[in-house]
Design a protein around this ligand. Structure first.
Ligand code: BLA
Length: 232
């Protein structure tokens, strides 16, 4: 379901000089006894210390594309977060795309959110004001996140266009970053990126799902060593 988007994401990363980083032993791919496949890519590219991408293929039950980009510590820009889930047998989409802020602060929002604000207006279908159950919307999510629970219309017609524009807007933000005095020091950026991993590893609603497919031992390692390695 999300393969064209996965291809677009990985090829944009490569075009921008992405080089693969090694993934801890056994975490790059796992195939469960029922044939569910999880596969991940890990990149470093100019300006980004880490960019991870994961695809889960559990057939009609569930398809996932998940990705997080972490800029270098001398860049206070938001992280880029993507979580796309397609429950095929129920034709249900959960799509979350955000520039994930390190700080909930007016000046920070003014500086980094014009692109996402424009997208939010352009794609009202992807912002149906859903309520979060596991996460706190005011921690590491922005007021302009695209968050939708939808169906086949959204997944086929809207998402491919929005995904492309979302990626472009994030790269644009990176390219346009001016050299005004930063709001956060590199030490603060580092502390907040580490805190993002700690927070996310505790809240991520995927943990149970991974455990049911791939067992507890592998899932704990995947969350701690690959998804959120600074949580250790
Ligand atoms: C929700 N994400 C979910 C859910 C699952 C996943 C199973 C619950 C579905 C539901 O609410 O119906 C799945 N999350 C995954 C998987 C991975 C993962 C498979 O990390 C890893 C491979 N989540 C992110 C990122 C964002 C994000 C980067 O990992 C930010 C864009 C957001 N996911 C996000 C939000 C929800 C969600 C906001 C709804 C959770 C809530 O209701 O609090």
């Amino acid at each position: 379901m999300f393969d064209p988007l996965l291809e677009e994401l990985n090829s944009s990363i490569k075009t921008r000089g992405g080089k693969p980083l090694s993934i801890p032993e056994g975490l790059n791919e796992n195939i469960s006894s029922q044939g569910n496949v999880i596969r991940s890519w890990l990149w470093t590219l100019p300006g980004f210390r880490r960019w991870r991408v994961t695809r889960l293929d559990a057939g009609e039950k569930l398809q996932v594309l998940n990705s997080v980009a972490y800029p270098e510590f001398n860049n206070e820009m938001p992280l880029m977060g993507i979580d796309l889930l397609w429950f095929g047998s129920r034709s249900k989409l959960v799509a979350v795309l955000d520039f994930q802020p390190l700080k909930q602060d007016q000046l920070y929002f003014q500086r980094y959110y014009q692109g996402l604000k424009d997208l939010k207006l352009r794609f009202p279908e992807l912002s149906n004001e859903e309520v979060m159950r596991s996460f706190d919307p005011e921690q590491y999510f922005s007021p302009w996140l695209l968050f939708c629970r939808g169906g086949s219309e959204e997944v086929q017609k809207v998402l491919p266009v929005a995904f492309n524009q979302f990626l472009s807007a994030y790269f644009q933000l990176f390219d346009d970053k001016n050299h005004e005095a930063s709001i956060l020091s590199p030490d603060e950026v580092k502390r907040l990126q580490i805190d993002y991993d700690v927070y996310s590893s505790e809240r991520d609603p995927a943990h149970g799902l991974f455990t049911s497919y791939f067992g507890k031992k592998w899932s704990n390692r995947f969350v701690r060593e690959f998804l959120f390695p600074e949580s250790n």
